[in-house]
Design a protein around this ligand. Structure first.
Ligand code: DGY
Length: 326
């Protein structure tokens, strides 16, 4: 029987069939096929003899793991964010790291806007009210929400996804403020956004939507002081990373009415335990990190991750690369 010379890779979750089939064309994949991440010991054991790793944002890929995988040449993350990977450690070890930027921009912006609207118009509360058999009549003051059209939107982090949210806001006639590390004059003209300080954004916006990467400078960015600046009616939307918001401070702000509501796709901790205090609050809407979860986008993400893996195994620069180890 002929022995395969294809490189071996470990895949930390079940991939769409098309991506899985494509993998077999250039490597020998082994995979972890459960809903949750492989435990760290399982991950370590499985990468020891692998040349490639295709992982998700829930897998911790640190220096220790890399050291247990002496043959590892490429780490391909099936997500745009890669705060779960120690990229400098990979670079130091000559391991290429790739991600899946761009393809999920519009899908993620769709969900950010959907959360904004759902929280503004109390859509989930309304659906629960009907399901509970409480709908007796048309009520003049029943489930009153807030207008989205004409309101002020504050975008924190005007990258690809922030800009895509701004384009949607334009269609609703919103006034758009943004804050970023760097000012983006061309984009300001394109989407009609005004650059302001974070403090001004927080104090003037009716809706604050977060689109920053998770890094040392954005961890805990929204805490008590920032929530204090927001309007008592303001709605906070987070589709970036949970730890950008200080959860305890958010719970206090929601309970005391310091802000109006929060609509979260990401949380800290994540996943949020079913008995977490946030889930008992009527003004908190939480969904399970599904911003990029359309079938088409998830397939595109998986195919991009496979493309990165193939290039890395062949010793070529990755098409969607986050480091340059050589
Ligand atoms: C990402 O890709 O970083 C999102 O959080 C999940 O799609």
């Amino acid at each position: 029987m002929a022995v395969s010379t294809k490189p071996t890779v470990y895949v930390t979750r079940h991939l769409p069939d098309e991506a899985w089939k494509r993998l077999w064309e250039f490597c020998r994949p082994a995979s972890w096929d459960f809903e949750y991440s492989p435990p760290s010991a399982v991950l370590r054991e499985n990468v020891t003899d692998k040349a490639g790793l295709l992982c998700l944002l829930t897998d911790t890929i640190d220096a220790e793991l890399m050291d247990s995988a002496p043959l590892l040449r490429v780490i391909s993350q099936c997500a745009v964010g890669y705060d779960n990977i120690d990229v400098p450690a990979a670079t130091l070890r000559g391991i290429r790291v790739g991600n899946t930027p761009g393809v999920l921009t519009e899908t993620t912006a769709d969900l950010a806007f959907c959360l904004l609207m759902a929280a503004a118009r109390r859509v989930v509360e309304g659906a629960e009210y009907v399901k509970a058999g409480r709908w007796q009549t048309w009520g003049l003051t029943l489930l009153l929400g807030q207008d989205v059209h004409g309101a002020t939107l504050g975008i924190v982090g005007m990258g690809r996804i922030g800009a895509a949210v701004a384009r949607r806001a334009g269609g609703f006639g919103m006034r758009i403020l943004y804050h970023d590390r760097v000012r983006k004059p061309a984009l300001e003209v394109q989407v009609g956004a005004t650059f302001v300080s974070l403090d001004r954004l927080l104090s003037e916006a009716d809706y604050v939507t977060l689109h920053v990467d998770l890094s040392a400078s954005t961890q805990g960015l929204i805490g008590e002081a920032e929530l204090d600046l927001m309007k008592p009616t303001a709605i906070l939307i987070n589709t970036s990373r949970g730890p950008v918001v200080q959860t305890a401070a958010l719970v206090t702000a929601l309970k005391s009415g310091k802000i109006g509501a929060a609509a979260l796709d990401v949380t800290d901790p994540e996943p949020l335990p079913g008995d977490h205090e946030l889930l008992g609050l009527p003004n908190a809407l939480v969904v399970p990190h599904i911003a990029s979860a359309s079938s088409a986008t998830r397939l595109r993400m998986a195919m991009m991750a496979v493309e990165n893996l193939e290039a890395g195994l062949a010793g070529r620069p990755l098409p969607y690369s986050v480091n340059a180890p050589d």
